[in-house]
Write a protein that binds this ligand. Structure first.
Ligand SMILES: [Mn+2]
Length: 315
């Protein structure tokens, strides 16, 4: 893929939508915001399309309007999907992708289905934000301090503060360049990993108290019901699965939460050889070998049974 041709394509378009995946995380949000800044800096207008996200990210500067929905009649020249392994990750935004005159898919998931007219996909990078750094360099779009903060946040988020195995020397190299833009890295870490609402703190306690171990203590699992998830307001249960993965000899951690009645989101983490992306894909989900997710349309007890059954082969 000639990335220069992608930039030429962008320059020709007027109605540009930049979208990230459902239940947006730090990488998706950082990537969308950074991309909007980059487009603005080359004189292109855009709009960001994202589902509601945690107030954690309110410190990130956006140069354009962020909307949760578009007018179904709205004509879209170019739809740019960021951090989405497949079309379904766009959830209710799929029709906008389908109706757009052209589409660009920029992502770093192994499971990427190359659904765009243009696909810039690398599995070698830690995050979509890391990929964007290289892309902006190639496109000679200057990294401003706003872009740097957005990209840095996405990289820190997706690498778990440079702790996940996806972190490479290159990741650190890029981060060091971004930090030259006077980013308060301690503040970013606090926002992303060391701050949670009172409601989420309580839910964390409840779900950890009900954690169970399976398959000779190699799998940890817990869950939150719809009523409990709803108590959060935002449905933000991010990070809870990590606590389950930190239990002594646990190899796979599972956290299920009912986002709506009979709609269960499943987060999976692996600390060893189990490919949890493969497990998630059995339920139409995807992700990375060590971190993946899916949605199961069933009561939470049933979803729990199905996931444990899918994991049985590994233990
Ligand atoms: Mn990502």
């Amino acid at each position: 893929m000639n990335n220069g041709a992608v930039l030429e394509q962008i320059k020709k378009q007027n109605k540009i939508i930049i979208a990230g995946h459902t239940n947006p995380d730090g990488d998706a949000i950082g990537a969308c915001f950074a991309f909007a800044h980059a487009l603005k800096n080359i004189g292109k207008k855009s709009k960001i399309l994202l589902e509601a996200f945690s107030s954690t990210y309110e410190f990130l500067p956006t140069p354009v309007e962020v909307v949760h929905q578009l007018d179904p009649e709205e004509k879209i020249d170019l739809f740019i999907a960021l951090d989405c392994g497949d079309e379904q990750r766009l959830n209710s935004y799929v029709p906008y992708l389908k109706n757009a005159t052209s589409t660009i898919n920029i992502d770093h998931h192994t499971s990427n289905t190359m659904y765009g007219d243009y696909n810039i996909v690398s599995e070698e990078v830690s995050s979509t934000c890391e990929l964007l750094y290289d892309l902006f360099e190639e496109w000679q779009i200057p990294i401003t301090s706003s872009i740097a903060l957005c990209l840095y946040t996405g990289i820190v988020y997706d690498t778990g503060s440079f702790q996940h195995t996806s972190t490479t020397p290159k990741t650190h190299w890029i981060a060091s360049h971004l930090l030259k833009h006077k980013i308060d890295s301690s503040f970013v870490s606090h926002q992303l990993f060391h701050r949670r609402s009172y409601e989420k703190t309580k839910l964390l306690g409840t779900t950890l108290a009900r954690a169970s171990l399976y398959y000779h203590d190699q799998v940890s699992l817990s869950f939150a019901s719809w009523a409990e998830t709803k108590s959060l307001g935002t449905g933000d249960t991010e990070g809870i699965v990590q606590f389950l993965a930190e239990i002594d000899d646990v190899s796979v951690a599972v956290f299920l939460y009912e986002l709506y009645p009979n709609e269960v989101k499943v987060s999976l983490r692996s600390r060893d050889d189990v490919n949890v992306a493969a497990v998630a894909s059995q339920f139409g989900g995807g992700g990375h070998i060590k971190a993946a997710g899916c949605t199961i349309f069933a009561p939470v007890e049933e979803a729990k049974r199905l996931v444990l059954e899918a994991l049985e082969d590994f233990f």
